[in-house]
Design a binder for this molecule. Structure first.
Ligand code: DP6
Length: 355
């Protein structure tokens, strides 16, 4: 019996929003209510392989070596359905995906995950799509994933399906140092957390207005490579977003004690002239923006901070890309295993292991 198989493989980096979005547009389609601007993080990556196979009766998805069911499986299948519709076929797929960092802990695993999935699935489906088109597919599954298609600094517009590269990775010699405070799953996912905030936070309309002007300040600061401007605007964006979460009823409170201690410490250091600024997503981990020249000093103080379990140094990263179709990985007959090389954080990026 002849079988039909179509294979694609891709890799994408996580990204961190320097100007945050929180809340979806009333127009639907997973569009965001406010614009956002991100930096791709080279050390935090997802690799995904998609094999459309006519012998499969349903999609089979494995993440980090575990087969997934329920909502995570549904999200992947819905994503594949959109690409299958575009490609005009109905084959089910075996999807194998791996992160080199902890999932669901505010390290943007859905961003790199859906960017890698869109890229691998499009390759497997034989679709030739632009980055903007892939971004549009990715953002329908997870809005922040729409930014992980692009290298360096990227923009996701509000209320429309537009996204764009703002500047390549070489534009600005900065680093984002991640202080991991907890690597466990978060108490409430981003999607539910932002729906709840939109419904119950009395300040949500004010956030929608101010987020746009903060976005413009971050954008201008990045374009001009103005550390002080980006530092102030990025931190403001972070506090504004967390303020809407905290003032929801009941509160959506992701920050932990060490997170807040680090905010104080970073304010203190910047007042003394150090180029350090914080940002936090839907989790307690603190990402510290700094200059390349100040990475070692930043790592040193983060490693000494009580409650910081691990420090990961990220430089501006590449956009999502397909991985070579040549070689044993794609041609291997084993279908139950991730057919990719061992995948872990680069040792140069991991600086601290104590607690
Ligand atoms: C706090 O894009 O992960 O990181 O589209 O519902 O999957 P879904 O949400 P997601 O939310 C991320 C929000 C944020 C801020 C940001 O990245 O702009």
């Amino acid at each position: 019996m002849t079988t039909s198989k179509r294979i694609g493989r891709a890799e994408a980096c996580a990204n961190i929003a320097l100007a945050k979005y929180w809340g979806k547009s009333d127009r639907g389609d997973n569009l965001t209510a406010v614009p956002s601007l991100s930096l791709s993080l080279d050390a935090l990556r997802t690799r995904t392989e998609v094999v459309f196979d006519d012998r499969l009766e349903h999609d089979v998805v494995s993440m980090g070596g575990q087969e997934v069911t329920g909502r995570p499986l549904e999200r992947v299948s819905t994503h594949l359905d959109r690409l299958r519709e575009r490609a005009g076929f109905k084959l089910h797929a075996r999807v194998t995906s791996e992160n080199n960092f902890p999932t669901a802990a505010g390290l943007a695993s859905s961003a790199s995950g859906f960017a890698a999935l869109a890229t691998a699935a499009a390759q497997a489906a034989g679709l030739t799509l632009t980055q903007a088109e892939l971004s549009s597919f990715a953002r329908k599954s997870s809005a922040s994933a729409g930014r992980s298609l692009f290298e360096g600094f990227a923009i996701l517009d509000a209320e429309t399906d537009q996204s764009q590269a703002l500047a390549p990775r070489g534009h600005w010699d900065v680093a984002m140092v991640v202080a991991v405070i907890t690597s466990g799953p978060k108490p409430i996912g981003s999607t539910g957390g932002m729906e709840h905030t939109k419904r119950t936070c009395p300040y949500y309309p004010a956030w929608q207005q101010v987020a746009r002007s903060v976005f413009e300040q971050v954008k201008e600061g990045v374009e001009r490579r103005d550390f002080a401007q980006v530092a102030d605007a990025m931190e403001h964006s972070t506090r504004l977003m967390h303020a809407t979460m905290i003032s929801s009823l009941p509160p959506v409170l992701y920050l932990k004690g060490p997170t807040v201690e680090l905010m104080h410490e970073i304010h203190r250091r910047r007042a003394l002239g150090e180029p350090v600024a914080y940002t936090m997503d839907a989790g307690p981990n603190v990402k510290v923006l700094t200059t390349s020249a100040h990475v070692d000093a930043t790592v040193a103080f983060l490693e000494e901070t009580p409650g910081v379990q691990r420090v990961i140094v990220c430089r501006p990263g590449p956009g999502a890309s397909t991985l070579s179709a040549a070689g044993p990985l794609l041609e291997a007959e084993r279908e139950d295993k991730l057919q990719m090389p061992a995948f872990s954080l680069p040792s140069s990026a991991v600086r601290g292991t104590g607690s």
